[in-house]
Design a protein around this ligand. Sequence first.
Ligand SMILES: [Zn+2]
Length: 264
Amino acid sequence: MIHEQTIDIVLPGPVFGHITMYALDEPGVAMDERLAEGRAVMLARFPGAVELDPGQVSAQFRLFGVRWPQPSTSWLYNPAGSTPAMDPKSATEAIALGAAGWDNAGGSGFHFDYLGDTDIPTGCNGDVSSYGPDGVNAVGWGHIVGGYLGYSCYWRGTSLVENTPYFATQEFDIVFEPQFPYSAATLRALALHEFGHSLGLDHTEPALCPGRAMCGGNDALTYSSPRQDDINGVIALYGVAPPPPAVPPGQRPYRVTGPLVARD
Ligand SMILES: [Zn+2]
């Protein structure tokens, strides 16, 4: 049996969040307790958040219930079968820009690291059950049955990421449909959307669309960067990165930028 629970919150700003959490029955586990625990852990990720009644809700990001153990993951690009709509280099750049659109979204510290090209095929194309994970996060091209332009799939483990209610993602693959008249802007937007799935975001509640990068349909071809509601989803998954350590009184802050010149 799958348990689903939702939390609606408002944060200073104001910004609103809607969180859907799933939990699977496990033998010997008191599910009521686990669900309550998951809810408490989730709320703790939003310092200052106030829980809302359903009637007060005004934003609707949704989550798959999975995340990366660290606030980052890497990917390799397979250029085989790239769209004829643009030269392969421009297509690669558009996809890399889409992925980079999630970098440090909302101060989460999350980032996708692009490691270069691969000839390893994308493992799943429309049917995750037919393919096992191969240990490579591959992004590439292939015809998608059913008229979809992009497909993102993930494999996850059976354990939760420590101190979170989310299962740990182990691998993702993304497939783009080559037979579409992309521009650099629409391919970038589609990449932003598909990489959004790969970090753990589901489609936004349809009633709240259009207007978010994680809405289905045309919005998936619209935005070059995430909207506030999409960002709230990233923060729900990864939290906000801790600030740099405080500098003790009397000491100079350590600078990581600027020329290293000794002046005195
Ligand atoms: Zn989608």
